[in-house]
Every structure is written in structure tokens, then in C-alpha cells.
Write a protein that binds this ligand. Structure first.
Ligand code: SAM
Length: 334
């Protein structure tokens, strides 16, 4: 493994999360919020610029790239860009995080282009509740997208933000879904990221509680090392006699900072080394500067990675009633 981007805590960055847009067609209550300005178009990195940065990332040891947003498929030409990126960097593990509303006919083409990993967000199996959470009546569209991805042979992870009073009453449906579909159904603890997203400690449906409750509904055994997604921050469980798995991601109650291998690139070209920090390194203007360009961007990435913080320490110092960072998740790229 490359050690180009080893930080002061011995962690090596090998995973780049790239947001291609801060725009989203949904307004999930816990994420996007209202009353904010979108990034002006000229400030959004062009696809060619993103490809250059991926190439640099590969040189610095990146092994995995995830495209996210906002909603990545909202951006014009994203599916074609993805197919292009996949063929240009065949050695990279390439994944997408999407709300699944616009995947539509892209699935077959993407699978054929080698895009094999799709993370789809779905917080509820109740269409009316889906509309309450997201502001849009698109539950059935998302469900159909999940089936399409499975039919196309993709590795599918379905992610639900776990919130008490919102979806904790639906655990039987989540377990049943995972038992009957060959996918990973993962719960992500609600994080205090951004402003006015309704976060409160007592709304977090904690991973340990989910596990205890899920064990009452199904026979769960820890997934063996080496099976899909065992490398990530999710703790995965096989459902005995079932097709899929259940997963728990606990950034709030049981952080995984010690093994964090991520860097984040926002759609306006800011590098963020930690989801819980507002610190950004502005790459866009350097990248576009005739005399600076990629060599200087490389130097900035090296310095930034070196001093990547331990996010849980920022979480511990979080002021009461505020997010741990002040930027909404949709702008950072969750
Ligand atoms: N639009 C895409 C989607 O819906 O997956 C990608 C962007 S979205 C910001 C990425 C992920 O972040 C989604 O799974 C979403 O549920 C999650 N997310 C957003 N806000 C969150 C929060 N406050 N706590 C935990 N997860 C959150």
C-alpha cells in the first residue's frame, strides 16, 4: 500500500469521496434543509478537472472513489461521466451514493461500463413517510431502482438514517427486506452535521439498540472477514437463512476515526479531511491557476492529509444545540 498520504496518527488515506454537485432533487429533513444558496455553476469542478484530480489521487495511493452529492444523478451528464471514469481507471474501486430516484435507465449502461457498486438511500418502507421525509412522492421509484441494480448484478447497499420516532417502528420491515434480498441493509446513526437538521441526542437510534432489537427478530451472526463491505466502517451481520445482511454504522456512538482512510472533495473543489470539521483546503483556484495547477494541488493534499484530525475529538467538543460542523451534509457530500 502507498504511504504517500499517511497522517500523524498513522492512518493512510486511500479512499476519496467526491461530491459532483451540491444540488439535490429531494429535501430530506435531516440533510438538506432550506434557505441556503447553491454553489454557482462556474465554481463547480468540471468533469475533466475531476478526472485530473482522480488521476492525482491514484498517484497518491487512492484505491477507491465514491461519487456522491447532493444527488449525483441531478448533474447533467453524470452517468456518461461515470462510465468514462470507470473505463479510464479500471484499477479503482468505483462506487456511487444516490437517492435512487433518477437511476432509471442508466443502470444497465452503468453495469456494462463496469460500475458495480451502488449505495442507495432509503429510510422507510412507508410511501407516505417517504414523502414526509424527502418532500417527494418517489418511494416506488427508489424501490424499483434497487431491484434494477440487483437484476443488473450490482453490489447494492441500502442505507437508512436511523432516527427514533421516524423509522425505529419499521425494524421488522428492514429485517424482512434484508432477509429476502441479496443486499446489505445498513443503518447509519443520525449525525449532528450541518445546521437546523433536527438533530438531538434522543433522536439518534443507536446502533447497539438496533442490534439488540434486530436480534429479537432474526438470527444474526457476524459476517466473516473478507465478505463484501467488511473493509468499511459498517459492522455487518448475516441473517441466518436469509439472502442479505444487516449492517450498523455508528459514527456517533462508536466512532471509527482510528481507521478512517477517507478524504472528501466537494463539488466546488474544496478538500475536507474530516466530515466533522469545517476546515477546508481550497483546491479549485490552484488547479485553475496557469502557473500553479496540479503540482501545487498535490502539495496541498499532502499537507492537508498529514494533519487530518480525529473527528471524535471534535464531536466531544461540540457546543450544545449546534452541529459538529456548520456545513450541510448535501454540500459536503455525505
Ligand atoms: N443524494 C445521495 C443520497 O441520498 O444518498 C447522496 C448524498 S447524501 C448527503 C449521502 C448520505 O448521507 C445519505 O445516505 C444520507 O442519508 C446521509 N445523511 C445525510 N444527512 C445525514 C445525517 N445528518 N446523519 C446521517 N446520515 C446522513
Amino acid at each position: 500500500m502507498h504511504k504517500c498520504l499517511e497522517d500523524e496518527h498513522g492512518r493512510i488515506a486511500s479512499y476519496m469521496r467526491i461530491s459532483v454537485t451540491d444540488r439535490c432533487n429531494l429535501r430530506c429533513v435531516y440533510c438538506a434543509g432550506e434557505g441556503f444558496d447553491f454553489i454557482p455553476h462556474p465554481n463547480i469542478l468540471r468533469y475533466e478537472e475531476i478526472l485530473d484530480l482522480i488521476e492525482l489521487g491514484v498517484k497518491l495511493g487512492m484505491e477507491k472513489v465514491r461519487f456522491t452529492g447532493g444527488e449525483p444523478f441531478v448533474r447533467k451528464g453524470f452517468a456518461d461521466f461515470l462510465a468514462k471514469a470507470s473505463s479510464r481507471f479500471p484499477e479503482l474501486e468505483m462506487c456511487v451514493t444516490t437517492n435512487g430516484t433518477l437511476l432509471g435507465d442508466h443502470v444497465k449502461k452503468l453495469a456494462a461500463a463496469g460500475v458495480q457498486r451502488m449505495n442507495i438511500s432509503l429510510d422507510t418502507f412507508d410511501p407516505a413517510k417517504f414523502e414526509e421525509i424527502t418532500g417527494h412522492d418517489l418511494f416506488h421509484t427508489v424501490r424499483a431502482s434497487i431491484d434494477r441494480c440487483l437484476d443488473a448484478g450490482m453490489t447494492v447497499k441500502v442505507n437508512a438514517v436511523a432516527m427514533k420516532g421516524v423509522n425505529d417502528d419499521e425494524l421488522p420491515s428492514f429485517v424482512e427486506f434484508a432477509a429476502t434480498h441479496a443486499l446489505d441493509m445498513r443503518f447509519i446513526e443520525f449525525m449532528p452535521v450541518g445546521l437546523d437538521n433536527g438533530w438531538r441526542d434522543d433522536v439518534v437510534w443507536k446502533a447497539e439498540d438496533i442490534l439488540t432489537q434486530a436480534r429479537e427478530l432474526a438470527d444474526l451472526t457476524p459476517s466473516v472477514e473478507g465478505s463484501i463491505s467488511r473493509k468499511g466502517p459498517a459492522r455487518m451481520f448475516d441473517i441466518v437463512g436469509g439472502k442479505g445482511r444487516l449492517g450498523l454504522i455508528s459514527p456517533y456512538t462508536n466512532h471509527f476515526c482510528a481507521t478512517c482512510n477517507r478524504l472528501r472533495l466537494t463539488s466546488d473543489g474544496n478538500l475536507r479531511t474530516c466530515l466533522f470539521s469545517d476546515k477546508v483546503y481550497r483546491l479549485r483556484s490552484v488547479l485553475r491557476h496557469a502557473k500553479l495547477g496540479l503540482p501545487v494541488v498535490e502539495r496541498i493534499i499532502r499537507v492537508a492529509s498529514k494533519t487530518k484530525p480525529l473527528g471524535y475529538k471534535l464531536l466531544e467538543r461540540k457546543p450544545e444545540g449546534q452541529g459538529v460542523c456548520q456545513t450541510r451534509m448535501a454540500s459536503i457530500g455525505g
